[in-house]
Design a protein around this ligand. Structure first.
Ligand SMILES: Nc1ncnc2c1ncn2[C@@H]1O[C@H](COP(=O)(O)OP(=O)(O)OP(=O)(O)O)[C@@H](O)[C@H]1O
Ligand SMILES: [Mg+2]
Length: 253
């Protein structure tokens, strides 16, 4: 397998007044091409900080991020990032938000519009093209953000708790949509969550992070797809995996 994204001995320290806050220390991970990797960890363990660096948005204090064996010096179009908080432009409607990455790349208007229409359909927002972010529900905003991220045609998708604030039902709908978009696409996904069940339902591999990004557990998830939450909840192997994750998270502090 080819490694598409790699982090080596990554550390990040923030300075607040005369206080140094270590958010991440010596984290190393290799992400294989085409894999769906879920990253699980408690609040404050450094997950978003890790993605911020994987996306090239912030520089590491030490260590490095490599994309296809090249050192990352900043954001690149091959790596899409859906941040934990919404970053849709409030003055642009859904279509124009989705078109934005293509505008930046200078894609002609007609092609831009066609691709945006297709992406909006893929995330189930057809009919809402002219709506502004404030006129959408939280789940719809997440979907619009997902469409905008896909508009840059990324090879790697970094998703930071994309469905965290949503109700359980909508969450499972969006999980299924994401899997549908991913399957057969060849894209690589790094999906951060605090939710054990979500991590198990989605991932080929789970990485559990402890304090300051220590890898507590890194294992393959050998559950057959498609995975049905209701069936899995009574599946002995799933229950055992769930217990393993719960214990890994408990050991963390
Ligand atoms: N810009 C910043 N300045 C100072 N400290 C920061 C900054 N960003 C993050 N931190 C600190 O780094 C640590 C890790 O934060 P991070 O946001 O990566 O956690 P997280 O695992 O994503 O948490 P959550 O699950 O709540 O989103 C925290 O202690 C946080 O206070
Ligand atoms: Mg976070």
């Amino acid at each position: 397998m080819t490694t598409v994204l790699e982090i080596r001995d990554l550390s990040k320290q923030f300075v607040k007044g005369d206080l140094g806050i270590v958010a991440l220390r010596d984290l190393s991970l290799e992400i294989e091409e085409g894999a769906f990797v879920t990253v699980l960890g408690r609040s404050g363990c450094g997950k978003s900080t890790m993605l911020n660096m994987m996306s090239g948005l912030i520089p590491p204090s030490s260590g490095e991020v490599r994309f296809r064996d090249q050192k990352m010096a900043g954001p690149r179009t091959e790596v899409g990032y859906l941040t934990q908080s919404d970053t849709l432009m409030p003055w642009r409607d859904v279509s124009r938000n989705v078109e934005m990455p293509m505008e930046i790349r200078g894609v002609p208007a007609k092609e831009r519009r066609e691709r945006a229409t297709d992406l909006i359909r893929r995330v189930g927002l057809t009919g809402f093209e002219r709506h502004y972010p404030r006129e959408l529900s939280g789940g719809m905003r997440r979907r619009a953000s997902l469409a905008r991220m896909l508009a840059s045609g990324p090879e790697v998708l970094l998703l930071d708790e994309p469905f965290g604030a949503l109700d359980a039902q909508l969450r499972s709908v969006l999980q299924a949509e994401l899997l549908r978009l991913w399957q057969g696409s060849g894209e690589t996904v790094v999906f951060v969550t605090h939710d054990i069940e979500e991590a198990l339902l989605l991932g080929d591999r789970i990485v559990v992070l402890g304090r300051i990004g220590r890898v507590v557990l890194d294992r393959e998830i050998d559950l057959r797809r498609p995975r049905d939450a209701d069936e899995l909840r009574v599946d002995a192997h799933f229950v055992a995996l769930h217990k393993e994750m719960t214990e890994a998270l408990r050991e963390v502090r």
